[in-house]
Design a binder for this molecule. Structure first.
Ligand SMILES: [Zn+2]
Ligand SMILES: [Zn+2]
Length: 404
């Protein structure tokens, strides 16, 4: 039974895929075991263990089979236990997880590099697939995470910007406050399954009476019965709503980076928290510049007279035009550095540089006066016009006529 949700919403809103963790028993001990620490370990001990194991299993260091998997497991465990808030939630909802349904908060493996949806494994989804009566239909469950792709201009990515994003999401029903019951009434424990969400069915077979568990047909597995459903949400407790949120995008972001906004995803179930919104950055190209990290690249076309004699030129940068001196005798392909004229460094602070590569353009249409001037230049230069180690053009012509 696979539950994969990855549908497009609006133009660029995607519901994160949810992978069922078949056969993986998650409990609130697992992450501690991965780091080899006790449940009452201090943040210091957790950090120390994490560092040690990260080094040990790092794919660049450890080439043993399974090391990378171990490395990922350690990262995942630390992402939860290294954050006191997430750790508390993991500790709290773990016991529910032992019954098949995890509560909210322990999910959300943020900070990935935008390679895709991998890593967003909803550990709570085992709730749906767990074996028969092992599940707890009343456990709070976090709502789904959402993704929103936002396009930024080249300059917005460099200087940062605040963007308002608007999208449709499943929100908690405003009429019934998410209970699904008509205001003034409240859901009651399902009379058929007594809140278990499943019922036993006895079937006569040639081998004798067989007993199996099926989802309760009255409450559909929720364990609760709504006698008078809310007319707005028809008992689901959720209501589709347009949601607006303002996103502060820091200066220096790049394509593929993500900003996580807690609680801006979809409404939870059984009182579980909202999921998160992941804003994925897409930086549009510039027609002038290229960028890699904090370094900005620009190509400046100059003519060979400027290259030979030197010149002062105006160079555009994202911080405004600046003057740059091209020394006499500059060769094509030479790169100059304009310090601090790049993009801000996201980590460590400071500002990158702009690299200016000089491209010498050879004229293609010369008038007579220009041709004369160049011939005069060639004559004045003699053999040394281009390269002293090579024969001049006129010498080559002479050689060709004189033969060997
Ligand atoms: Zn029931
Ligand atoms: Zn409602």
């Amino acid at each position: 039974m696979k539950r994969l949700v990855a549908r497009l919403r609006l133009h660029h809103l995607i519901k994160l895929s949810i992978k069922q963790q078949k056969g993986i028993k998650m409990n609130n001990q697992e992450f501690y075991d991965r780091l080899g620490v006790s449940k009452d370990a201090s943040q210091d001990e957790i950090k120390k263990a994490y560092r040690k194991l990260s080094k040990k299993y790092h794919p660049d260091i450890n080439k043993e089979a399974g090391a990378e998997e171990k490395y990922k497991e350690v990262q995942e465990a630390y992402e939860t236990l290294g954050d006191e808030k997430k750790r508390a939630s993991y500790d709290q909802f773990g016991p529910a997880g032992a019954n098949g349904g995890f509560g909210g908060g322990a999910g959300g493996f943020g900070g990935f590099d935008g390679a895709g949806f991998g890593g967003f494994e909803d550990i709570f989804s085992s709730f749906f697939g767990g074996g028969g009566g092992m599940r707890n239909p009343n456990a709070p469950r976090q709502g789904d995470d959402l993704q929103y792709r936002v396009n930024l201009s080249f300059e917005e990515a460099i200087f940062g910007v605040e963007k308002e994003v608007s999208y449709n999401r499943e929100a908690s029903c405003s009429t019934c406050s998410g209970t699904g019951a008509k205001p003034g009434t409240s859901p009651v424990t399902c009379g058929r399954c007594h809140g278990q969400g499943v019922i036993n069915v006895d079937t006569q077979t040639p081998l004798g009476m067989m007993r199996r568990q099926v989802t309760c047909d009255v409450c559909h597995g929720t364990g609760k019965e709504i006698k008078e459903p809310c007319t707005t949400c028809h008992g689901t407790g959720h209501e589709k709503k347009t949601h607006k949120v303002s996103v502060k995008i820091p200066a220096g972001v790049e394509t593929g980076q993500q900003i996580r906004l807690q609680g801006q995803g979809e409404a939870g179930f059984n009182g579980g928290p909202y999921g998160d919104l992941f804003v994925i950055i897409n930086v549009l190209p510039s027609n002038k510049f290229e960028r890699n990290g904090s370094t900005i690249y620009y190509t400046m076309n100059i003519n060979f007279v400027q290259a030979a004699l030197g010149d002062t030129v105006e160079i555009p940068t994202v911080h405004g035009d600046v003057e740059m001196t091209i020394p006499a005798g500059t060769q094509t392909g030479k790169t100059f550095r304009l310090k601090g004229k790049g993009a801000p460094k996201l980590r460590g602070g400071g500002q990158g540089d702009q690299h200016v590569t000089v491209n010498i353009v050879t004229p293609t249409k010369l008038n007579e006066a220009q041709k004369e001037a160049l011939k005069a230049f060639a004559e004045a230069s003699g053999d040394k016009a281009v390269n002293p180690k090579r024969k001049g053009f006129f010498d080559k012509v002479k050689d060709a006529f004189e033969g060997e």
